[in-house]
Design a protein around this ligand. Structure first.
Ligand code: URA
Length: 433
């Protein structure tokens, strides 16, 4: 077999076989096929697309390129959740303890943040002492004992995806649905869970800018999951503004604690209950989504979910008192009110710009090597649909430096106002099974 023939076949819009895809991915991972040929292949996929069958073969080839986590020593149906990334997305911090409270094992690997998006692992490290590195044995023992463990990505999972992603980044081939779908699903499948719930976001802060593209991506990922023997459900959610009110690290943990205590923001709670409800059905804790939604709502109100969060934090070396008393989480030196310069109704809040403003305050990384300041971040007080008078506080910056001019301008520019009344946006757009 020759790489050039595979490139030509794809360039001419033909369907590749499993053997051809395996040859290309194995050869690339081993260093036998050069970047320039794989770049050409990726560009052919970008223009000609892939069938569901080909996308599943590509995903499988990436899974086979490295280690796969064996979760068979964990009792029960392991259900993983993945979000395609957003701003203010603290859903993993909430859903993990919530579904663990009803006995579903959560064995989760999470990432760090980069650029305008945050990462679950960074947020957890805002809690004093929290360890995101566990040995495989500790990870398995913690899930069996506490029903939950969340660790940073480690080991040699999907090395083909790492190489391909880096190449896509510099060859204009990131935003291809089969390439995104196979990249995400390869990591989920290699992580070892039996079933997967995907939160596919669309809007300014998300990979997919339109509902239509989010639906296509969701369908592609559900197709891959089902073909590779993992029951998969995708929920399509709005990222036309940041999720909830807090963007940062310690302040996002605090907001998660509020939701887990049954006192959280309505929209954030609804997204979490929808994702967790689907996970709980896949995991066998409830028969129907409606029963799961009602049951998990009661769990939030009962105090069981926040108690599970504390138990989980302590099990990974964290200070559980910070969950009981969130005011003891890292606090910034300054709390600066950002005022509206004109009146109007909030029509949109560009989530990416809000993420960048938070990064400029120090809550995120410009480059992989940057350190994070866990105490800083943004509290958004005005959201889409709210009416604002001149001089009203749009947001509060939690900062450790007095010079916030660039971040302030970035945040103000993120808001669009209108004279017309704006209905509160719908959050859950579709559920694809
Ligand atoms: N996230 C991934 O892991 N891969 C992509 O291709 C895009 C987003």
């Amino acid at each position: 077999m020759r790489a050039v023939d595979i490139i030509l076949k794809k360039r001419n819009g033909k369907e590749l076989t499993k053997e051809e895809i395996d040859f290309l991915i194995e050869g690339y991972t081993a260093g036998n096929i050069p970047d320039y040929q794989v770049s050409s292949f990726l560009m052919s996929v970008y223009f000609k697309g892939m069938t569901e069958e080909e996308t599943a073969h590509l995903t499988n080839a990436m899974v086979q390129s490295g280690d796969q986590i064996d979760l068979s020593k964990i009792e029960g149906i392991k259900v993983d959740k993945h979000s395609t990334g957003g701003v203010g997305d603290k859903t993993s911090l909430i859903i993990g303890p919530l579904v663990a409270s009803v006995g579903i094992p959560v064995a989760k690997m999470s990432g760090r943040g980069l650029g305008h998006t945050g990462g679950t692992v960074d947020k957890l490290e805002a809690i004093e002492g929290f360890q995101v590195e566990l040995t495989t044995q500790q990870f398995i023992d913690n899930v069996n004992e506490h029903k939950i463990a969340i660790v940073g990505q480690s080991g040699n999972l999907t090395p083909a995806d790492k190489k391909l992603y880096a190449l896509r980044d510099v060859t204009g081939t990131v935003d291809s649905i089969p390439l995104i779908a196979s990249s995400i699903m390869s990591k989920k499948i290699a992580s070892g869970s039996n079933a997967i719930v995907l939160d596919v976001k669309f809007g300014s802060g998300a990979f997919m800018k339109t509902l239509d593209d989010a639906r296509k991506l969701a369908n592609a990922m559900v197709g891959i999951g089902n073909k590779l023997g993992r029951q998969t459900i995708a929920i399509i959610t709005d990222m036309g503004q940041p999720l909830g009110h807090e963007i940062g690290n310690a302040n996002e943990v605090k907001e998660a604690i509020d939701v887990l205590s049954g006192k959280g923001d309505h929209d954030l709670t609804e997204v979490c209950l929808t994702l967790a409800g689907n996970m709980a059905v896949l995991g066998g804790a409830y028969d129907t989504f409606e029963e799961a939604y009602a049951g998990l709502t009661d769990v939030l109100k009962s105090g069981k979910a926040v108690e599970k969060m504390r138990d989980f934090v302590v099990s990974q070396g964290g200070n559980g008192n910070q969950i009981t008393s969130p005011e003891t989480l890292p606090q910034a030196a300054y709390h600066i009110e950002i005022k509206a310069e004109a009146e109007g109704n909030v029509e949109a809040i560009d989530a990416e710009s809000v993420g960048i403003a938070a990064m400029l305050l120090g809550a995120g990384r410009k480059t992989k090597e940057d350190a994070i300041d866990y105490a800083v971040g943004i509290t958004l007080l005005k959201k889409v649909g709210d009416t604002v008078a001149k001089g009203d506080t749009l947001a509060i910056f939690h900062a450790n430096a007095e010079d916030i001019a660039v971040a302030e301008k970035t945040l103000k520019d993120a808001y669009t106002f209108t004279d017309k009344e704006v209905p509160a946006p719908e959050l859950i757009h579709d559920i694809i099974k």
